[in-house]
Design a protein. Sequence first.
Length: 350
Amino acid sequence: MHISKICFIATTLSLTTFTTNARINLTDDISLSGFGSTSITQSNNATPLYVNREITDDTCYDCDTTLGLQGDIRFNDSFNASIQVVKRPQDDWSSPQLEWAYVGYSVSDFNLKIGRLRLPLFLSSEYYYVGQAYTSARPPQEVYNSILGITSYEGISGTWDIEINDESYLTIAPYLGIKTDGEVNIGTTHYDFNIENTFGLNSELSGFDYRIMFNYAYFKYAVGVTTPQGSQQFPADDISIYTLGTEYSLDQWLLTAEVLVDKMHFNWYSSLAYNIDEFTPYVTYAESHHTNKNNSLLLGTRYDLTTTISLNAEWKYTNPNGGDNGELITDPTDGDTDAQLYTLMLNFIF
């Protein structure tokens, strides 16, 4: 098997442990790793595109800029700890965020984690900010941006790894969260989320050339909204989110699809990629329904300079298809809700 194909499969199917090959071992039990992304991107629409990125028709050099550091400590064969700090696209350099910080305990096929943990809603949740870990420049925004950038919770999770046969494994991971706060800016409106309760169940069936993931998550939350005109606190509400995702590789081909369903969304995408040595061209089609109606087509190519550095060149067309504003985050001043997005992105891990 060609080395580039091996890297391609490993990258797209097994990168929840992406840092294994790139990390710096400070001691036998302490390691440091990192990742980053930066881009040149531009839309042909003056209205901002994407929550937490706000890409317009002005060429942007920092709309996707991300830098993360992760430290891992192994105390013994059972106990470990991990911490990850990330400067996300929406953060200033002076205010990076703690994405996760937990203590883990493992025995046999069971793993327990307590602390700040990553929400396991999607196929790429564990490495959401690691651009090197997925084929496209960004994970499909119709699905991944539907929860407004909330990616972590504070609580506890347990994971059982069950060997079905020599080639297939089943992972079952229930999780429970305590009160967690989050915030997001959409145009001139600021939202404060007070998540009172979180619980869910994540499951994944995987083999050498496939993954099938299902997740159920329940949140009880309250939202405070601040606009230039004043502030308002809305009463507590709750939401159940269902996600289903699959990846399947056949020779140089990789098929990926995910769907998210809740009372505000029915969003999905399907992506097809083909690996040719260091090049991986891909195409993604996505649709959003209910709250935001939209469909989009993305064409792109990834080029792996090394096993730790890659470039993406993309074109995306997004169309609200008779809905409101589609992926535009505010009302367009000129009434134009279509957008074409051009991206050149550099990703790396170390």
